[in-house]
Design a protein around this ligand. Structure first.
Ligand code: RTP
Ligand code: MG
Length: 146
C-alpha cells in the first residue's frame, strides 16, 4: 500500500560483472533482504556497449568513462528493483563508498569490491535517477509502486 505520505521507495540496483563472476549474487541479495529491502523485479543481462554508454551518459565527459563502459560490458550483470522504507538511501548505505578502500567495514563494496572500477554494485543516487534507471531496465515497472 502506497500513500502520498509513505516513504516506501523503489530503486535500481546492479550487481556488476566482477561480483557476478565471483559468484556472490546471493550473498549481496541477502544483504538487501536482511536490511528489509524486497526484490520486486530482477534479471541477469549482458549490456551492449551502446546500452552501457546510455545508462552512464551522465559520466560521458569524465576521464574514467571508457574504462567504466568497458568494465560494465565485460560480463553479465544482475539488475534488480529494490523496494522498501527509504530504499534509495538504504541501498547506498549498504553499498558503501565508490572506492572500496574508503568504504566502511561491513558494506558490500568493502567486502566484495576490488577497485574503484570493479566495485561490485551500482545503486540509484536520488529519486529522479531511480525513476530513470528503473525505467531503463524495467519499463513495465512503476517506480512509485502503483
Ligand atoms: P554507481 O553510479 O556505479 O552506483 O557508483 P557511485 O554512484 O558510487 O559513483 P559515480 O560517481 O556515479 O561513478 C560511477 C562509477 O564510475 C566509476 N568511477 N571511477 N576512476 C574514478 O575516479 C572513478 N570514479 C567513478 C566507478 O566504478 C563508479 O561506480
Ligand atoms: Mg552513481
Amino acid at each position: 500500500e502506497f500513500s502520498s505520505m509513505s516513504t516506501i521507495e523503489r530503486t535500481l540496483s546492479i550487481i556488476k560483472p566482477d561480483a557476478v563472476a565471483k559468484n556472490v549474487i546471493g550473498q549481496i541479495v541477502s544483504r538487501f533482504e536482511q536490511a528489509g529491502l524486497k526484490v520486486v523485479a530482477a534479471r541477469l543481462t549482458q549490456l551492449s556497449r551502446a546500452e552501457a554508454e546510455r545508462f552512464y551518459a551522465v559520466h560521458s565527459a569524465r576521464p574514467f568513462f571508457k574504462d567504466l563502459v568497458d568494465f560494465m560490458i565485460s560480463g553479465p550483470v544482475f539488475v534488480q528493483v529494490l523496494e522498501g522504507e527509504n530504499a534509495i538511501l538504504k541501498n547506498r548505505d549498504l553499498m558503501g563508498a565508490t572506492d572500496p578502500k574508503k568504504a566502511e567495514k561491513g558494506t558490500i563494496r568493502a567486502d566484495f569490491a576490488d577497485s574503484i572500477d570493479a566495485n561490485a554494485v551500482h545503486g540509484s543516487d536520488a529519486p529522479e535517477t531511480a525513476a530513470v534507471e528503473v525505467a531503463f531496465f524495467f519499463p513495465q515497472i512503476d517506480v512509485h509502486g502503483r
